[in-house]
Design a protein around this ligand. Sequence first.
Ligand SMILES: NC(=O)c1ccc[n+]([C@@H]2O[C@H](COP(=O)([O-])OP(=O)(O)OC[C@H]3O[C@@H](n4cnc5c(N)ncnc54)[C@H](O)[C@@H]3O)[C@@H](O)[C@H]2O)c1
Length: 420
Amino acid sequence: MSTSRRQFIAASAVAAAAAPGLFAAGDDTLKVGLIGCGDRGTGAATQALLADKNVKFVAMADAFADRIETSLKNLNSKAALKGKIDVKPDAQFVGFEAYKEVIARCDVVLLCSTPHFRPIHLKAAVDAGKHVFCEKPVAVDAPGVRSVLASCAEAKKKSLSVVSGLCLRFDAGFREAVKRVRDGAIGNPVALFANDYRGGRWAKPRQPDWSDMTYQMRNWYNFTWLSGDFNVEQHIHFLDVCAWVMGDKYPAKAIGMGGRSVLTGTEYGNIYDHFSVVYEYANGARLVSNTRQHPKTKGDLSARVLGERGQALLSERTNGITIKSEKLDWVFEGDSGDMYQTEHNELFASIRAGKPINNGEYMAHSTLLAIMGRTAAYTGQEITWKMALESKEDLSPPKYEWDAKLAQPTIAVAGVTRYS
Ligand SMILES: NC(=O)c1ccc[n+]([C@@H]2O[C@H](COP(=O)([O-])OP(=O)(O)OC[C@H]3O[C@@H](n4cnc5c(N)ncnc54)[C@H](O)[C@@H]3O)[C@@H](O)[C@H]2O)c1
């Protein structure tokens, strides 16, 4: 037995105990499987395969066969992945139950489907004792968030890694800036601004041969039950940065508004195209959250933190990462690295070292933070953290069946739509 294999087995003993079959192949190859073979899934598979010397890509699942085909073609075209891909036709699974087959065949599962299914996929992966890369957001409703919290607690008991796709937490510049703010560079934060201003969004118009379910699944971003609405799907990134700055503490309540003013066609489903929410922390600090998706408008992806003695700007590429106070004028000038690659490097290193990473709590709570803002805007009511966490609103359809009748979901109206 080689030294590296001996070290690997010793270091991973706990994980192995929890994940029977991990070493069944008689070597230290980590078998990787992908659930959700779209753009991000293809990217995540690439990063996973580059993160470790001894990995094999062995199984893929998607709701649609063509997504697997395109993804695999793309992966096979990358010279750097040569020799690491072995997904035979009988390891390609299609449909709502496909995830089970992938989980059964691998050691590390990449969860990259549309957000609605994440709690189901995560639970199945953890129940089966598999390590997980889990894209954001992790749920679209409170029952989903509670399920994710339970799965992540179980993963902790089983010494499994659960690494979150909230990628800004893996960016070296963001990490350094947040550390400085947490260490007191600008005093206590009193106001935070989470901005996600973008142009339009994609939509897939219905095709004549598509059932209701096929249409909504193909056009998933535009349906709240599948994406969580873009306040959850997209804006979670900078809401999460603010939560991180606050030491993973979450606000007590929120009030907000939103609507559809530009993206109003039926192809835009039932989600909004703008939200504005003010969250209040127990200590009085405010988090002002603004997001919109209006074509031909100015973009801004950033978190700004006003502290008692200065301010910090954490911006994705556009305006940089800076901290200014009476004593400090700091600009991040280092190398931010490739945050998507860093996620996987850290995931695989944690598995090899037998030192699991579990991002479960913040990825679930930041998802809830975004759902709380959506609920405040949809209902027009003040929503407390307790209300958000205990909500019984379950957005699942009655059945996951391709010929299921699914009406075009209604669009929420503040003052009419009720909290439940
Ligand atoms: N961290 C980031 O920066 C980042 C960037 C892009 C996307 N994402 C996240 O990745 C996820 C996927 O986004 P995308 O852009 O790749 O979308 P996509 O539409 O390209 O891919 C999603 C895939 O999931 C499949 N799918 C849906 N339901 C499924 C199910 N039940 N079982 C198996 N497959 C299923 C779809 O058919 C589709 O192929 C989203 O949650 C998104 O928020 C994260």
